[in-house]
Design a protein around this ligand. Structure first.
Ligand SMILES: Cc1cc2nc3c(=O)[nH]c(=O)nc-3n(C[C@H](O)[C@H](O)[C@H](O)COP(=O)(O)OP(=O)(O)OC[C@H]3O[C@@H](n4cnc5c(N)ncnc54)[C@H](O)[C@@H]3O)c2cc1C
Length: 410
């Protein structure tokens, strides 16, 4: 069967690989436009099942008044008069119950953990050079905040995820590069089984492997589907039509617009974030582990000679404009963690969209007719990619069963 995958980000490319392994003929179509908010290219690089706590939660509900009145510099709502955001927001609020937050967190962590194992296996099997580094830290500047996050993570610890609270000395022993941080570090949560790696490097390498295994990679903008009844017979692109026996839509945050043409709606909101990259990071100063400064909400990871620092969650439709205040926020966050970065000059700046569903769960599986979807992985798409691809391939084969397949079914 010829399966055409729309989207060559980490979700589309891992899907393509899983479909090739299942014996399909595969074509991947990606428009590869710069400045399109491709999340795969700017993310923090954390493979972190232990950071799977749902965004929609009672704690987030309590923060909403501050968010909506623009008092949270890391979390910005700029599109106040966006009807799509209002509908998405109402649905998000309905998911902020303790029961739903618990369920979402456990499901995301389970898929993340399965995915982590698969990703590790693929990196080793294909010798993919993507700067893999073991372990991560969630750093806190107050004992109270550390205890609070550790308590919130109880649900994941009870489920077998290895998350350990360490004091300041323990944190600096694990990551000596934080000794010079301009932060009053109180301690951290250590996630030893999590790891960091460069998702863009991995995706590019896996794309090459897919091509060697027979996939066609096409550079084109998919503008619609040519259908006969429920069945899509071809993709319409700016470079002509591409016939298909089945279609997988894995276009990140643009997935909703493509599927929207088919009658049903997928509710996704683009939550923009900034990714700053410094090149030429001296080996003796670079951090060994990735992590998150939970006070300033900036995440970091190192891959080869580069340091990536990310931050900001902005709700502003599909705007990829970089607001100076946001850039300042993330840059200062990076300098606080690693003051020596000031000597490296300005970083490269990218914007990416986290494809957020209102219930926090990715949508993986059958959509309608011969159309399948793999999208909506929000802030955890790099972590969940390989597991999501496995579920997607099972769905295309008509073999999707079990609790995860049911929970993530669109
Ligand atoms: C700042 C930031 C930090 C993050 N940090 C982490 C992290 O540390 N760990 C983690 O697990 N996750 C993280 N994420 C989330 C993760 O990056 C995303 O969930 C993941 O990359 C989504 O991948 P994707 O392939 O679905 O989307 P994308 O990477 O956005 O790729 C979508 C692709 O589809 C293509 N496309 C879309 N529409 C069309 C069309 N019509 N025709 C042709 N091509 C099309 C685009 O060109 C693009 O290449 C972060 C995200 C951001 C923004």
């Amino acid at each position: 069967m010829h399966v055409v995958v729309v989207g060559g980000g980490v979700i589309g490319t891992t899907s393509a690989h899983a479909l090739l392994e299942a014996g399909h003929e595969v074509t991947v179509v990606d428009r590869g436009r710069d400045g399109d908010g491709v999340a795969t290219n700017v993310n923090a690089g954390l493979i972190s099942p232990g950071h799977a706590l749902a965004w929609a939660s009672p704690a987030m509900l309590a923060r909403l008044p501050a968010v909506l009145s623009n008092r949270t510099p890391q979390l910005r709502v700029r599109a106040h008069f966006d009807p799509h955001l209002v509908r998405w927001g109402m649905s998000f609020v309905r998911n902020c119950t303790a029961g739903r937050a618990r369920r979402t967190s456990l499901l995301r962590a389970e898929l993340g953990e399965r995915s982590r194992v698969l990703l590790d296996r693929m990196i080793a099997e294909f010798a993919i050079d993507c700067g893999r580094a073991e372990g991560m830290l969630f750093v806190h500047t107050s004992d109270a905040a550390l205890s609070q996050q550790f308590a919130a993570m109880q649900v994941l610890r009870d489920d077998g995820h290895d998350l350990r609270a360490v004091d300041r000395d323990g944190c600096l022993r694990l990551e000596p590069a934080l000794a010079g941080a301009d932060l009053a570090i109180a301690g951290a949560i250590h996630h030893p089984t999590g790891f960091t790696a460069d998702s863009a490097a991995f995706t590019a390498a896996l794309g090459r492997i897919c091509r060697e295994q027979g996939a066609r990679l096409v550079s084109a903008d998919v503008t619609g589907f040519e259908s006969r009844g429920e069945q899509v017979v071809a993709l319409v692109t700016d470079r002509g039509r591409i016939p298909a026996d089945a279609v997988v839509v894995a276009g990140g945050v643009h997935t909703a617009a493509l599927l929207g043409r088919s009658g049903r709606r997928l509710r996704l909101y683009p939550v923009a974030g900034l990714g700053l990259t410094w090149d030429g990071v001296p080996e003796e100063l670079a951090p060994r582990l990735g992590g998150i400064d939970e006070t300033n909400l900036v995440a970091w990871s190192r891959a080869d000679g580069r340091l990536r620092v990310t931050g900001i969650a902005e709700f502003n439709r599909f705007s990829t404009r970089v607001h100076p205040a946001d850039l300042h926020q993330v840059t200062q966050g990076a300098y606080r963690l690693f003051p020596w970065l000031t000597s490296l000059g300005r970083p490269r700046v990218g914007v990416g969209f986290r494809p957020m569903t209102a219930d926090g769960l990715p949508k993986i599986g059958h959509w309608r007719g011969n159309v399948f979807v793999n999208a909506g992985h929000a802030n955890l798409g790099w972590t969940m990619a390989c597991g999501a691809a496995e579920l997607l391939a099972a769905s295309v084969a008509g073999q999707a069963d079990g609790p995860l397949a049911t929970a993530f079914a669109p």
